[in-house]
Design a protein around this ligand. Structure first.
Ligand code: SAM
Length: 375
């Protein structure tokens, strides 16, 4: 399905390869400079994160609505920021179900918003969604109820050809493993996930990016940027130089989370044990602390939600041989909890300005000239 990147397209910097321990992976086709944009990916599908996203945001691009928005003439619920967004319309099954969803008291509205949008896709993009990886946690008991609810929202003459319980289960599992949130800049990163998400998206290439607890790229989200025409594109930039043939990796979890906490999330949400270089070090380094965290959990029967932010206080010492990744926290972590990457190079020169992918602040990077890896 998604066999090879288009060598003339925006994905020319990356090549899709198969790795025995982690499946499909994206690797650099040449040396990548710090701050370079390595991927610009268009969504296969964007859907509201909850019903609360419908009134204040454009149902197409999820920007704030202007004073006089354009209403969908069919459902009268969805609203759009411009004639252009209105003319592109919204998913036909979602349009049909929105009036009932808004009035009803329905469980799992986010899953329903996703399924209604996914089942409205034309055949090829729907097949692309179904070809994404999933960690097969579904179907669970709730999927049967979800599928029945979905059936009740779709009029008989609009039932899609491939509508079935199996497809619904498969779609839900793909969504859980591959969706990315569309989040405004002012949202504070809470270390565990991003609060205040207004929509979610599925992206064909971004879904091929594997995880590393010390990522070499991060995602920039410009949903509210007035200069960004394609504001829902998934933009990935390099933190530092990446050698030809190296895999590009984002972090699926907050970089500042502790070893045990990261491992639990990655296993629960993505079904794998992370064995990256950082985890190999921290699995020894945090042994005693992890034990006490786990014992505490067993006693209370709950996960320990408390966060210790690495990179702050006495836990982190940049001279400490046990913490060779201290550089990442010193250089690429913003005070807000987001990640800092250089602005894209201009005229081939690496920028000395760093931009935060969470709060959007741009500031000078004083350490750049001291690091030979940056050029
Ligand atoms: C969003 S997909 C990434 C693309 C995926 N490798 C594929 O073949 O389509 C996420 C899944 O990739 C695998 N994965 C990602 N990072 C990994 C890592 N560091 N170690 C092992 N498996 C990983 C896990 O199975 C995870 O659920």
């Amino acid at each position: 399905m998604l066999n090879q990147p288009n060598p003339n397209g925006p994905n020319a910097l990356l090549r899709l390869v198969q790795k025995p321990d982690r499946g499909r992976s994206l690797v650099a086709t040449r040396l990548i400079k710090p701050g370079e944009v390595v991927l610009v990916d268009k969504p296969l599908l964007i859907y509201p994160s909850s019903l609360a996203s419908i009134p204040p945001f454009c149902s197409r691009c999820f920007r704030h609505l202007p004073g006089k928005p354009f209403h969908c003439p069919t459902c009268l619920v969805a609203r759009f920021c411009s004639r252009q967004c209105l003319s592109l319309s919204h998913p036909r099954l979602l349009c049909c179900a929105l009036p009932s969803l808004i009035c009803g008291n329905i469980a799992w509205p986010t899953d329903l918003l996703f399924l209604l949008s996914a089942y409205s896709l034309p055949r090829y993009p729907l097949r692309q969604v179904l070809s994404l990886h999933s960690n097969s946690r579904f179907p669970d008991e709730s999927t049967q109820i979800l599928h029945s609810q979905l059936s009740s929202l779709i009029p008989p003459k609009m039932v899609p050809l491939n509508f079935s319980f199996e497809t619904t289960s498969s779609l839900i599992s793909k969504e859980k493993t591959n969706s990315f949130s569309l989040t405004p800049k002012e949202t504070k990163f809470d270390g565990r996930g991003i609060a205040g998400s207004r929509a979610y998206g599925l992206y064909p290439w971004a879904s091929m990016i594997n995880h590393d607890c010390l990522p070499n790229v991060c995602r920039f989200n410009y949903v509210d940027d007035p200069d960004q025409e394609n504001n829902t594109d998934f933009i990935v930039r390099a933190f530092h130089q990446i050698k030809e043939g190296s895999e590009i990796c984002i972090s699926y979890v907050g970089v500042s989370r502790l070893y045990g906490d990261r491992q639990r999330s990655l296993m629960k949400d993505y079904g794998f044990k992370c064995e990256c270089d950082r985890c190999k070090i921290e699995s020894k380094w945090k042994e005693s602390q992890r034990k006490s965290e786990d014992e505490e959990e067993e006693e209370t029967g709950e996960e320990n939600e408390e966060q210790v932010v690495e990179g702050e206080g006495e836990e982190v010492n940049s001279d400490d041989e046990d913490f060779p990744h201290a550089y990442f926290f010193e250089r690429y972590m913003c005070d807000c909890g987001g990640n800092l990457a250089p602005l894209p190079p201009s005229d081939g020169s690496v920028s000395d300005m760093m931009e935060c992918n969470c709060c959007g602040e741009v500031g000078i990077d004083t350490s750049i000239s001291e690091d030979p890896n940056n050029f």
